[in-house]
Design a protein around this ligand. Structure first.
Ligand code: HBI
Length: 94
């Protein structure tokens, strides 16, 4: 996996809703809110199944109905197409 340049990440993020590049340029993140814990955890479960299929796993934080997701590709030391693909997938679920 090739690490994307800042210009490539900015371009990819234009096609996404609410995802932002971290200040250090090494990850993208988005915060989601749901009606309750059941909805939040259902969302996380669907992502977990896809993440494992992709062998690409999110960093995330959940409290009740809030899910914060950070995506980066550790093996590449930054953002790659895999992060963009997983971000797009999460957005199809909401
Ligand atoms: N998930 N986000 C992320 N980044 C990785 O580089 C990564 C991963 N899941 C599994 C994985 N790499 C494997 O290729 C091994 O490095 C364990």
């Amino acid at each position: 996996m090739t690490k994307l340049s800042k210009a490539e990440i900015d371009h990819a993020l234009q096609a996404l809703e609410g995802w932002a590049l971290a200040e250090d340029g090494l990850s993208i993140a988005k915060s989601f809110r749901f009606r309750d814990f059941n909805a939040a955890f259902g969302f996380m479960t669907r992502i977990a199944l896809m993440a494992d299929k992709m062998d690409h796993h999110p960093e995330w934080f959940n409290v009740y109905n809030k899910v914060e997701i950070t995506l980066s590709t550790h093996d590449a030391g930054g953002v790659t197409d895999k992060d963009i693909t997983l971000a797009k997938f999460t957005d199809t679920l909401v």
